[in-house]
Write a protein of this length. Structure first.
Length: 209
């Protein structure tokens, strides 16, 4: 009996060590549990205007860079079969146009407090964003969580550059963050390719291609 118990304990410890070491070859998908949820994905909240690569300027400014990332995210989600399930910027815009006296413009969300490095998972956020997102999920009653690409910037990487986006998953019912992380794309030679790469990495958080 004692030998059997020791073997069982050893098996559990070995399994824990194997999972912690990351040597299974399987990529980590911290948001996999949310795949079945009806998520809202907002437009990019903020784009830094200055970068040493000049890529924001090449894309015709911060607004165009943000829209390009939005499009790249939609493409990445479509490739994984998520776009048809989730509520994306185009649908949010249509809802806003139908409810201008009630809804908030999805391109004018107050993301300042959630895009700073100090904002972590489990943190609370306040007004005006809390009211904006409560109204948003009220217009989409089957949605509970909101995914915001809160901050985008470009940085040099190897012979090219990469895009980095701060991604925040929020629960508007409790005005609380469920997940926060900086997602980096691979090195690329153009800003469009860099945005496509970081969008793929964002989708990878949820599900494999």
């Amino acid at each position: 009996m004692r030998n059997a118990m020791l073997c069982a304990v050893a098996a559990v410890l070995a399994a824990c060590h194997h999972g912690a070491s990351g040597d299974t070859g399987e990529p980590v998908r911290p948001l996999a549990a949310f795949v079945a949820q009806r998520l809202i994905v907002t437009p990019t909240g903020h784009v830094r205007s200055a970068d040493s690569l000049g890529w924001t300027t090449q894309l015709s400014g911060v607004r165009a860079a943000g829209r390009q990332l939005d499009s790249s995210i939609v493409v990445a989600l479509e490739a994984r079969g998520l776009a048809s399930r989730w509520i994306l910027p185009a649908e949010l815009t249509r809802a806003f146009e139908r409810n201008r006296t009630y809804a908030s413009d999805p391109y004018q969300l107050a993301v300042e407090q959630i895009r700073v490095p100090a904002f972590k998972a489990g943190a609370k956020y306040g007004e005006p964003l809390s009211s904006q997102l409560r109204t948003m999920i009220a217009l989409h009653e089957d949605a509970r969580f909101v995914l915001i690409p809160a901050d985008l910037h470009f940085e040099r990487e190897g012979a090219g550059g990469r895009a980095v986006v701060r991604v925040v998953l929020l629960d508007p019912r409790f005005a609380e963050s469920r997940w926060v992380g900086d997602v980096s794309g691979v090195s690329a030679q153009t800003p469009v390719l860099a945005l496509g790469s970081v969008a793929d990495r964002l989708a990878d958080l949820f599900i494999a291609p």
